[in-house]
Design a protein around this ligand. Sequence first.
Ligand code: ADP
Ligand code: MG
Length: 231
Amino acid sequence: PTNHQSLSARQLHVKFSGFTALDGVSLDVRPGRVTAVVGPNGAGKSTLFHCLAGTLRPAGGSVLLGGRDITRAAAHARTRLGVARTFQQLAVFPSLTVAENVQVGAEQGRIADPGAVERALRLLGLDGPVRALPAAGLPTGTLRRVELARALAGSPRVLLLDEPAAGLDTGEVTALARVLRALAADGMALLVVEHDLDLVAGLAHTVHVMAAGRIVTSGPADRVLETGSAG
Ligand code: ADP
Ligand code: MG
């Protein structure tokens, strides 16, 4: 469907005071698919994520959305274009209620659709009494769902998740995987940067393994993760 778009990295290069963090990274985040990036700490996963989200400008290469060059678009502009993200360090407003936090996502997103707010709350199981509670003091698992609902409330075409399973228990990881698969089945393009390989194995269609700023292996999740090359 025309509503869906690919997000692509083309030959991204990033240096931090002489240290090469990304050394020519290219990948496609396609509609209807969950694309995963795995690899050891320091591989460059978050650096790649920041280039796609617009919080870091690469020294070389480009980022394309539906074929359009958005390399120079700021993070908030990408959100407006339909590239939503969650944060590895949770970034909810503590004094706002769950529902108000999700409403903020709708206002910052591609379309401010009140229906999308309610759908996101329902999809993440936040449509009960918890919707009226302040975010402050809620457990990590609930706050991660608030974050994801906030990202979805803006009706994104592309969803970027950095370490979405961090701090979740096994049951919560299973529930998260179910939600993310449903979003992909609906046509959304998802990128998951994650070192929980159990989540990736049960979720991703395509896996890219990064090491030292490069993609060293790519392929279907079952093949890439079975070879053991993901470490
Ligand atoms: P990953 O997410 O795979 O663990 P990162 O992308 O966070 O890896 O980091 C890749 C490398 O770049 C690491 O060696 C890290 O120390 C370095 N790095 C990341 N961000 C910065 C920064 N802002 N300044 C300097 N070095 C950085
Ligand atoms: Mg990281």
